[in-house]
Ligand binder design. Structure first.
Ligand code: PEP
Length: 268
């Protein structure tokens, strides 16, 4: 499978996306071992096993170059490698930060932005996410923007309102270029989260798809993924929700076997 052009509304757009962010886990050696397991599974299953599915992996910045090298073995160039954040400036006096050109130099093709952990703990705002989306696209990488409401916001009936505000900021910055959205309800993420039921996901994803359409986009240009405590057992139910174009997964995919199982389900 060819790697689709990240920033374009290309005709070769995949029909589903399955990706994982490793957050602040894995050494370089552990990341390379994961990548080698994925390559081995792909070779075992043969050409076309995950046809139409775009896999991606978002390691910690320290492991991007090694994981990218391990995945760019012959026959595996279809796995996109990403970064977990980027600064909006190309260079400068920003101690501790990494720019999009630096991440691209390390091998990143995609940049995750606006994860709820960054919004909560690192004061990430919609304005900053928008600046970062523009920077990512300026350098030809693919932005993946996470949106999601807290439990309190859901209880107050504000899920759609919150998520659309976050998504609009990102999509306005992206214009007619490709930008992937991941609906990740904050109450569903991580060890204290619970996997959302398909009926909880459906209205929010429908609202996101509606926004994409209103802005002249499409599922090709702005696929909507679901993330938050996805399990192999629960993945099919979420993938069947209309408007869900794939999965963005943490813990279940940190073992390569879990990621492979999710790719298998998405390819069915
Ligand atoms: C996440 O943090 O974005 C996530 C989806 O994690 P998990 O699958 O572990 O809930």
């Amino acid at each position: 499978m060819e790697t689709p052009s990240p920033a374009a509304d290309a005709a070769d757009a995949p029909s589903r996306w399955v990706g994982t962010s490793w957050k602040m886990t894995k050494t370089r050696a552990e990341g390379v071992a994961w990548a080698r397991s994925l390559v081995a599974a792909a070779e075992r299953l043969g050409e076309g096993a995950w046809a139409g599915v775009q896999p991606f992996v978002v390691p910690p910045a320290t492991a991007i170059a090694d994981v990218a090298a391990a995945l760019r073995a012959p026959g595996t160039s279809w796995v996109l490698v990403g970064a977990q954040d980027a600064h909006w400036e190309d260079a400068g006096a920003w101690t501790g930060e990494l720019s999009v050109p630096q991440l691209a130099d390390a091998g990143a093709q995609l940049v995750e932005l606006g994860h709820s952990e960054r919004r909560e703990h690192f004061a990430e705002t919609d304005e900053r996410v928008a600046l970062k989306v523009a920077a990512v696209l300026r350098h030809g990488l693919l932005p993946l923007v996470c949106v999601g409401e807290t439990a309190q916001q859901r209880d107050a009936g504000r899920s759609v309102d919150v998520v659309l505000t976050q998504a609009r900021a990102a999509l306005d910055a992206a214009g007619d270029q490709r930008c992937v959205l991941a609906y990740e309800p904050v109450w569903a993420i991580g060890e204290r989260g619970r996997e959302a039921r398909p009926e909880e996901v459906a209205p929010v994803v429908a609202a996101l798809a509606g926004l994409v359409g209103d802005l002249g986009g499409s599922a090709r240009r702005n696929p909507v993924l679901y993330g938050g405590s996805v399990t192999v057992e629960g993945a099919t139910g979420v993938l069947e929700v209309p408007g869900v174009d794939g999965l963005f997964v943490g813990r279940t995919a940190w073992r390569a076997e879990g990621f492979v199982a999710l790719l298998d389900l998405a390819a069915r």
